[in-house]
Design a protein around this ligand. Structure first.
Ligand code: 2U9
Length: 358
């Protein structure tokens, strides 16, 4: 009995003295391991007479339980101490500058969208957004493209039919439904740009099933083609940072504008490469026109009172022309080497005063 009491005192003292989890584990093995002192005592019970076992059994089991409990208590005490020590040394200084500028980079599409928002904000345009999953009315019908209109088939639309819903919904094929939503919810004058993702079932070197568009819309009294031409020329000069850039409107057709015009931008050659601006030739860049009276009526406005102009252009194409990428598919590969090469620093925020380019 006294041996067992002595062993218990010894073990509890050793547990109390253990100051690391490793030291505590060594004590546990010396007591409860295969060759441990407590395990050896437990083994002796097999050879005892029933009377002897009735007396010694509870004592030996009591020893095992006391030692186990002391080990568990000490273990959680040591772990708690370790956590507190870590919390005391690990500090996060929220006032330090971010390191994002060194590690990540801003995708050229995001950079160009920020540049566009900055340029158009200076001309009084707000940024408008809308859902990417649309209904057919906002994406087509309100834009003078009834169900039978051939342009609907030309858009290579991704449709989705929900169970129990009568009409299929779709991934917007252009950002124009955003302008429709603005016209049906706000009073003119309206001056907005709608940048965002659009989807068409099309895929090759110059087409990806998802791409980025920016469209602009102005609705007010007395708006005419002159306002459109000035706005586009001012925007393109600011975006490409070339004062000698000129534009040319060519008659075209879109269901939602009348008249419609394709916009060409002048370019010149420098070291065998096309750069925008100058007098070397013309490059097609945007689509535009005066908003069709039927579109204005569809949004509940009187076309005899309100007129407007609209335009659309691919953001990815604008980025390629300004920053010199040649393959559209690389935009969406997520290749870190490409992002490092073409990406922009997170702190290079485009401003008109500091220069819109990074
Ligand atoms: C409303 C009224 C009119 C938007 C317009 C274009 C011409 C156009 C293309 C350019 C390249 C799409 O990304 S692209 O393939 N867009 O040519 N977009 S006029 O007209 C609107 C929009 C909304 C309410």
């Amino acid at each position: 009995m006294t041996d067992i009491a002595n062993l218990q005192d010894e073990l509890l003292a050793a547990i109390g003295a253990a100051d690391t989890t490793e030291a505590l584990e060594a004590v546990r093995i010396s007591a409860l391991g295969k060759q441990g002192s407590v395990s050896a005592l437990l083994k002796t019970m097999g050879a005892m007479s029933p009377d002897e076992r009735q007396i010694q059994g509870p004592v030996i089991n009591g020893l095992r339980e006391t030692v186990s409990n002391a080990l568990a208590a000490k273990k959680s005490e040591l772990e708690n101490d370790a956590l507190n020590a870590r919390l005391a040394t690990e500090q996060l200084d929220m006032t330090l500058p971010p390191t994002a500028a060194l590690n990540g980079s801003v995708h050229p599409v995001s950079q160009v969208m920020d540049e566009l928002a900055e340029i158009f904000a200076d001309m009084g345009f707000a940024v408008a957004e809308g859902p990417e999953i649309e209904d057919q009315w906002h994406n087509f019908t309100a834009l003078n493209m009834p169900e039978t209109h051939p342009a609907r088939a030309m858009h290579d639309t991704f449709y989705m039919q929900a169970a129990g819903e009568e009409e299929a919904r779709l991934l917007r094929t252009h950002t124009s439904p955003v302008q429709i939503r603005t016209m049906t919810s706000q009073e003119p004058p309206i001056r907005i740009i709608a940048p965002g993702r659009v989807y068409r079932s099309d895929s090759d070197a110059t087409h990806t099933p998802m791409f980025h568009q920016i469209e602009g819309l102005v609705i007010d009294r007395g708006i005419h083609l002159g306002h459109l031409k000035w706005t586009l020329e001012t925007f393109l000069k600011a975006f490409f940072e070339r004062d000698e850039l000129t534009i040319r409107l060519r008659p075209s057709y879109f269901p939602f504008t009348e008249p419609s015009a394709e916009v060409d931008v002048s370019f010149s050659m420098e070291n065998g490469k096309r750069i925008l601006g100058g007098t070397g030739g013309w490059m097609e860049l945007l689509g535009s026109g005066m908003v069709h009276p039927k579109v204005i009526s569809a949004c509940g406005l009187d076309p005899d009172v309100y007129q407007g102009f609209a335009f659309g252009v691919g953001v990815d194409r604008l980025a390629m022309l300004k920053y010199g990428m040649d393959d559209l598919r690389a935009f969406f590969d997520g290749d870190l080497r490409w992002l490092k090469h073409y990406g922009f620093g997170a702190l290079d925020v485009p401003t008109l005063s500091g220069g819109v380019s990074a």
